[in-house]
Design a protein around this ligand. Structure first.
Ligand code: ZN
Length: 149
């Protein structure tokens, strides 16, 4: 299905989906949220520990397709240690990348850029964004379930 993505990108996505980073439950988390993507069946529960508007630590649990798992895993690596304001900028950059395939010249995406090819697969855009939506919801103190529908 993802044969159009180049091999390096495919490899990163497969590595993260098989062995997701920051996977599990975080004891003592002060922000959490759930999310689901009914179209694909992806589900996530995310736990964040924040202090002075900085994401000190986070974990996530869930199951779903490879793109969802890889994106959620990469997201947790990307936002750990960031301020909530930085996370918001990153989410906006990532959202633009996933929906349009475009990156600004001064973007902060780093490894997240491996998901740039997802914009060519409209059905997978929601999969790639689900973890981010759950994280943003948790950081905004909005613990109710988010859904991509
Ligand atoms: Zn999915």
């Amino acid at each position: 299905m993802f044969e159009e993505l180049n091999d390096l990108y495919q490899q990163v996505i497969m590595d993260h989906s098989r062995k997701p980073h920051n996977f599990g439950i975080l004891a003592g988390a002060n922000c959490c949220a759930r999310g689901k993507n009914p179209l694909c069946g992806d589900q996530i529960q995310i736990f964040l520990s924040t202090e002075d508007h900085v994401v000190k630590d986070l974990r996530w649990e869930g199951d779903g397709c490879a793109i969802f798992k890889a994106s959620s895993s990469l997201m947790t690596d990307a936002i750990k240690g960031k301020t909530t304001a930085e996370v918001k900028v990153l989410f906006e950059e990532f959202h633009s990348l996933i929906t349009t395939g475009k990156m600004s010249e001064d973007h902060h995406l780093g490894k997240l850029a491996v998901l740039s090819g997802v914009n060519r697969f409209p059905a997978r855009v929601k999969c790639a964004l689900l973890g981010w939506r759950a994280a943003m919801s948790a950081l905004e103190g909005n613990p109710q379930s988010v859904t991509t529908e």
